[in-house]
Structures are given as C-alpha cells and as structure tokens.
Design a protein around this ligand. Structure first.
Ligand SMILES: [Ca+2]
Length: 529
C-alpha cells in the first residue's frame, strides 16, 4: 500500500512540477521578466500590476473530499490564482497522505471526530476566533447564530476548525424515493406512509413481480450497513425512534442509539425482512451510490434519498432515472411512521469543517491570504459562483430564463459532476461557508416548499451536534465497526437476535460506558439550555 502510494505521489509530483513550469512562463509573479507585457495578462480579473509586484503565495489545497481526483490547472484554479495572486497545488487528501506527512495548507473535513483525530496527530493549526471574526466579519455574524458549532471542534480550549453550517432550509434531509409504477403494478395506490404500509410495499416488491417480467429478480430495498458513520436503514431505525451511533437525549440523560431496546426492535424487523427475501443480501457492502444504481436498474423499489436530490422533477436522481430508465415513475414521500415516530439520519445544523495545516501557523502571510480567499468564498458572489458553479452562460445559468436570482441549473456538457470537476468546479469550493444572504438569493422556492413538506426536522439530531468526545479517538471507530458487525450478522440471520444483548455488554465494556459518561458531561456543560 505504502509503496503504491509513494509511487503515485512521485508521478503526481512530476505532473505538478511540469504544470508549474508551464504556468511559470506566463506568471506575472516570477521575479525576472516582469515587464508586464504578457499577452495572457489581459484576462486577469484583478491583476495588481500597478502595485509592487509581489510573488504569488503558494498554497497546497486539499480538493473537495467528494471529488474523485486532482485535476491540474483547471479553469477555476487558474481563475483563483489570478484573482488572489496565489499559486495553487491541488492535492487529494487521504488518511494515508496525511500520515505520510503531506499536509495541505487548507482542506475540508466532514466530522468533528476527523478534526479531533488530525489534531491529535499534530497536523493542524489552531485558529484564533478573534482573527476569524476580524478577517471574515460577514461569515462570523452568521455562524455566531449557530455558535454551538464552535464547541464541537474546540479541544484543549482552542479552536481547530472553521465550522460551516446548514441553515433551517435543509436540502440534505432524507425522505423515501419510491418506484411509483411498481406500487401501481402490485396494486398499491397510495404511497406508503406508515411502517405497516412500508412493509406491505417492500414485501410486494420482492414477491409480486413488480417489474412484470415473470421472474423473481427484485428486492424491496437494500441498506448501507457499513457506511463510515452508522448502520444504514435510517428510516427504519427512525420509525423506532433511534439512530445507531447517534447520541440521544432521554429525560435529561444522554444515551447512545446503538444500544437501546428500540434498536433491538428495529433489528428484529429488519431480520424478518431479510429472512423473507425482502432485503438485498448486498446490503452489507452497498453504498448510497450503489443503491441509487440498483433503483435505476430495477433491482430494488425504494431508497432513502436527500430531498434536494429527489423531490423536484429536475432533481438529480430523478433526471438520472429518466435518462437511464425513461419508463420508470418515481414518487417522493416522507419517512415511514412507526412506533417511535418518524425520522432518519439527520445532521442538524452541522456541515463540514475547514482546517489549516500545522505549518500555516508559522506563515502569517499565507494565513492572511487564506483568510482573504475564505472571506471571498463566503461573501463575494463572483468567487462563490466561480468555485461552485463555474462561468455563468457557459457552465450554468438561472433556471428561469432571464432571472437574476433563484434556482440555478448546469448547462449542456456540464450536467454531470465529472464534467464539472474537469473544469475545477467544486474542487476548491467549500460549500456551506457561504453567508446567509447568498443562500437566500440563490434559493429555490420550490425546493424550500418541498423541504417543508418532506423533512422530519427538527425531529432529532445528535444531542451533542456530533461533537468529538475526549475519548472518541480511542474507542469510536472500534465501537462503530463492532456495531456494524453485530447488526449485519443479526439482520442476515447468522447469529440470533438475542446476541444483541451480548453486543450491548461488549459495547459498554469496550469504551461505550466511558464515552457515555463523557457525552453526559459534555451535554451538561455545553449543550443543555
Ligand atoms: Ca420480476
């Protein structure tokens, strides 16, 4: 692994060096030859030609973690380099790259636990909150309204990340996306609302030939049993009022959703479904990407999907289905209501986190530049649009023709994420660092209405907003995989349902009790109102 990684790094480095050599030819920052007569310079958005010609600040930038790979010298990268007089080296951040000492100056992490783990490894710079306030006043005013997010990434009384936030309009909340035509084919007229109706529908999908090809080749649903953070089947657990790994508040006490009696009830249900052939056996290895594909391919009849991806005719999953399987009809619906209410995995106001590499602390000029770019990514419409949407009229436009606000759409040739990544769109975007006013301007009223209709928020989220506990680094990953192993075996019938009690005992002994104690202490100190 390490060998391979080193090799790849070598190739990458060579590519980057070649690229920067090329870039050097037309850079206005090289010391010699700065007569200012380069033909390319005319396109510069804000070339500081008249001022003292400073060398560009070099920034190693960890690209968006969902992007598959680095694209060198993309259009967006060149735009940022010109606008901010920087030289960017885009890199893909992985645990392995960090462990080998390649720490970018700026990158994004998804979870306070990741921030905590990297802080423990000493690879991050702490952030002075007063500097954040001074350098990004517009954003600070917004994030202050969700100030508890600061506590989720404050360790040893220091702030280690800039939290981003989801506002009350929550496009990422999950609902159910059904094969409407399959429901019709099996004689179900109403999109399921209760857990009983949900159950009837998924059984019919497995047993009543919903695709009418005369073969038993479909399942009701699949799961994501080994996702990085929990157990999958979020809406089913949610119908019992729990979410595995999440901290829940019950009568002033903080308890963990992996080990509650209702969790066992949900497992009993899932186990029955599996035994009856309703759950796809691949639920252990399936991911959100793969279950979407299974929906497209007519192997399963319902998935959990984000409201923004499925509630509107132009939503991504709907248009993808239309292009792959034009005959299929889809219907979006709320999570099923069971004995514990309804709900799903919900991230609350928590979004991702921006972090600085440890070396930035000793480079005030670089820190200054990073804040300048961050401020623009938060409050400068031109910069936000360039990094997240690309060029208006080329890559994107407003959905309504001639509109100057509201929903946006990507134009032909850039509808797919892979196509946009090639232009650098998203690679340097930080997403939810944009200030509230920008979000308002670009919000889609139809989507907002859909969120009101389908979201269970604010039913529950993590009672500690996914804060990292002091001993998370020691226990959390182990306890999550312990849970996943037991739950997969219980659902698939490899071990009896009663082994859930064995799991609870083991979970407590292997650090769960200690984490529960810390969770309660943190709740009392920081989250209880
Ligand atoms: Ca069939």
């Amino acid at each position: 692994m390490r060998m391979k990684h080193k090799k790849m790094t070598g190739a990458l480095l060579a590519a980057i060096m070649a690229a920067s050599l090329l870039a050097g030819c037309s850079s206005n920052g090289t010391n010699h030859n700065n007569s200012g007569a380069e033909p390319g310079a005319a396109a510069s958005p804000s070339a500081t030609a008249g001022e003292k010609n400073e060398a560009p600040v070099e920034i190693t930038w960890g690209i968006h973690f969902q992007a598959a790979g680095v694209v060198e010298n993309s259009e967006v990268q060149k735009w940022l380099e010109q606008k901010f007089n920087v030289k960017i080296k885009p890199v893909k951040v992985t645990d392995a790259s960090i462990a080998s000492g390649e720490v970018p100056d700026i990158f994004m992490l998804g979870d306070p636990a990741n921030v905590s783990a990297y802080q423990n490894q000493g690879v991050l710079s702490s952030i002075d909150p007063s500097m954040l306030k001074e350098k990004m006043p517009e954003y600070y005013a917004d994030i202050e309204k969700n100030s508890k997010l600061f506590q989720t990434v404050t360790f040893n009384n220091e702030l280690w990340a800039i939290p981003m936030f989801i506002d009350e309009k929550k496009p990422y909340d999950l609902g159910m996306l059904w094969r409407k035509d399959w429901l019709t084919n099996v004689g179900i007229a109403k999109t399921p609302e209760s857990l009983e109706e949900f159950e009837q529908a998924v059984y019919a999908f497995a047993e009543k030939d919903p695709d009418q090809n005369g073969q038993k080749d479909t399942y009701g649903l699949t799961g994501t049993a080994t996702s990085t953070w929990s157990s999958g089947f979020y809406s089913v657990f949610g119908a019992f009022g729990v979410e595995p790994t999440m901290w829940h508040e019950r009568g002033g006490e903080i308890v963990n959703g992996s080990v509650l009696p209702e969790t066992k009830e949900a497992l009993a249900k899932l186990r029955q479904w599996y035994a009856d052939g309703v759950i796809d056996p691949e639920f252990i290895t399936d991911t959100q990407d793969s279950y979407r594909k299974k929906l497209y391919n007519g192997r399963i009849g319902v998935i959990e999907e984000q409201i923004a991806k499925a509630a509107l005719p132009e939503s991504a999953t709907i248009t993808e289905m239309k292009s792959l399987n034009p005959e299929a009809e889809l219907a979006f619906a709320k999570n099923p209501v069971g004995p514990g209410g309804s709900g799903s995995w919900n991230w609350g106001v928590k979004s991702n986190f921006v972090v600085f590499g440890s070396k930035v602390a000793d480079q005030p000029e670089k820190l200054e530049k990073l804040f300048e770019i961050l401020r623009a990514q938060s409050s400068d419409e031109e910069t936000i649009n360039m990094t997240s949407l690309g060029v208006k009229g080329t890559h994107w436009d407003f959905a309504e023709s001639g509109a100057a606000s509201g929903a946006t759409k990507f134009l032909a040739g850039f509808e797919k994420q892979e196509q946009r990544d090639q232009q650098g769109i998203r690679l340097f975007s930080l997403g939810n660092i944009t200030m509230q006013a920008y979000r308002e301007k670009y919000s889609n009223p139809a989507l907002h209405e859909a969120i009101q209709t389908y979201s269970d928020s604010p039913s529950w989220t993590d009672a500690l907003l996914f804060s990292a506990l002091p001993s998370d680094g020691k226990y959390k990953a182990d306890l999550t995989s312990l849970m996943q192993k037991y739950f997969a075996q219980i659902i698939s019938g490899e071990i009896p349902l009663e082994d859930f009690d064995k799991f609870v005992t083991e979970w407590k002994a292997r650090g769960g009790d200690e984490l529960t104690k810390e969770a309660n202490e943190m709740y009392q100190a920081q989250f209880k109102n």
